[in-house]
Design a protein around this ligand. Structure first.
Ligand code: CA
Length: 396
């Protein structure tokens, strides 16, 4: 079996009035880079590369740099191909678009191997610890016409939180970091009061703070109580900041969505930066590299709870690897968020996540079922793919 064709699809959905903001940026649209690899035996694999950056740079990497290496190679040799792709791009790659590109290709290769062997990726990886996983609602971004005025948007924020609880979520993630910390604390308090103490809250700053401010915020959040992780408090390069903060606060520190490959995660692990590692499958180097990072995390007894963004392809592939994560550590009755993985379920508007799979994912009693069909376990709806594709390129 040989790779005969590599295609990329750039999908875009303008959000119009539904645009939202993190601490870093506005999201005026949702986009995804999908990778389609076909073999001379007619098997097709799908992958996704990158997360919220523009999809064009990794697409260019795929066609101009990686495709000549991949065409006419046997996709079953995915580990060999990974090392060759990394070796070829090391001098100018290592982080960013090249690794996004490599991630998308790697996921598509695993999808092909699954379809060839008629096994889901989780079964290819050695089997499943679980058939379903508790989902947490990623939402509570900054929205509304006057996005910087938290008072104007407070009632909508509280209604959003209550809506997730009604849908069955027991864990909510709240965005912080755009506004002064006193105002973000006010937002957190309002949500806490509205949903009650049973609901667990995670916060995510998208690296908005320096250590001094993050420390002050941690002290306030400790007073507030019930904040079960603090995600990306400081910039991803600030390993020492991560280490300091983690050594000072009782709130678990999470991070890693902006880190790439085993080499990046080696720094986070050896420097004692994290309580929870969050590699993103579509950015860290794909399934092959995720497994290496997972192994390293295991050696440091650091739980892995992947970062998940993007389309149904990213979600399906993430569910496949989450099925294979052992409890951290083993107990007879693993508890979600304590020693049992959970899945990030982005709740911002995104038809690429909700409509692209022929059988869309559905939340049932706060959980998502892990697909058991071969490969990533989903088929894509060609009509939806066509509807949102704004650029298509083919190397053969
Ligand atoms: Ca995040």
């Amino acid at each position: 079996m040989k790779i005969s064709c590599i295609e990329t699809f750039i999908l875009r959905v303008p959000l119009g009035k539904e645009r939202f903001y993190s601490s870093q940026t506005a999201f005026p649209e949702r986009n995804s880079l999908l990778v389609r690899i076909e073999t001379d035996t007619g098997i097709v694999g799908w992958g996704e590369g990158g997360q919220y950056g523009p999809p064009e740079p990794p697409a260019a990497c795929i066609h101009y740099v990686l495709a000549p290496l991949l065409l006419h190679q046997d996709p079953m040799n995915r580990a060999v191909l990974w090392e060759r792709m990394y070796g070829l791009t090391r001098d100018f790659g290592q982080k960013g678009p090249y690794i996004d590109a490599l991630s998308g290709v790697d996921i598509a290769l695993w999808d092909i191997v699954g379809k060839e062997t008629e096994l889901s990726i989780s079964n290819l990886l050695g089997g499943r610890f679980r058939e379903e996983v508790r989902a947490y609602a990623t939402g509570h971004y900054y929205r509304g016409e006057d996005v910087y005025d938290y008072r104007k948007n407070l009632s909508a924020l509280v209604e959003e939180a209550k809506g997730y609880v009604k849908q069955g979520f027991t864990i909510l993630k709240v965005k912080i970091g755009l506004l002064p910390i006193d105002e973000d604390l006010f937002r957190l308090k309002a949500i806490r009061e509205a949903v009650g103490p049973e609901i667990k809250i995670l916060v995510d700053a998208n690296h908005a703070y320096n250590v001094g401010i993050a420390r002050r915020l941690c002290q306030e959040m400790e007073q507030l109580g019930g904040i079960l992780w603090f995600e990306e408090p400081v910039p991803p390069e600030d390993y020492e900041g991560y280490r300091l903060l983690r050594s000072e606060t009782s709130i678990p520190i999470a991070g890693g969505e902006c880190e790439f490959t085993r080499f990046g995660f080696r720094e986070l692990f050896t420097r004692g930066c994290l309580d929870i590692a969050q590699p993103d499958l579509c950015a860290c180097g794909g399934i092959s590299e995720f497994r290496i990072i997972q192994g390293m995390a295991g050696a440091f007894h650091i739980p892995v709870i992947p970062h998940v963004w993007g389309s149904a392809v990213a979600l399906a592939a993430s569910l496949q690897v989450i099925a294979t994560l052992p409890p951290f550590p083993y107990t007879a009755l693993p508890v979600p968020l304590e020693n049992e993985p959970i899945i990030e379920y982005d709740r911002n508007p995104n038809p690429l996540r909700d409509s692209l799979a022929l059988h869309p994912f559905k939340l049932q009693e706060g959980k998502l079922t892990i697909p058991n069909a071969p490969g990533i376990g989903i088929e894509l709806d060609p009509t939806v793919l066509k509807e949102y594709t704004v650029a298509h390129q083919r190397s053969s």
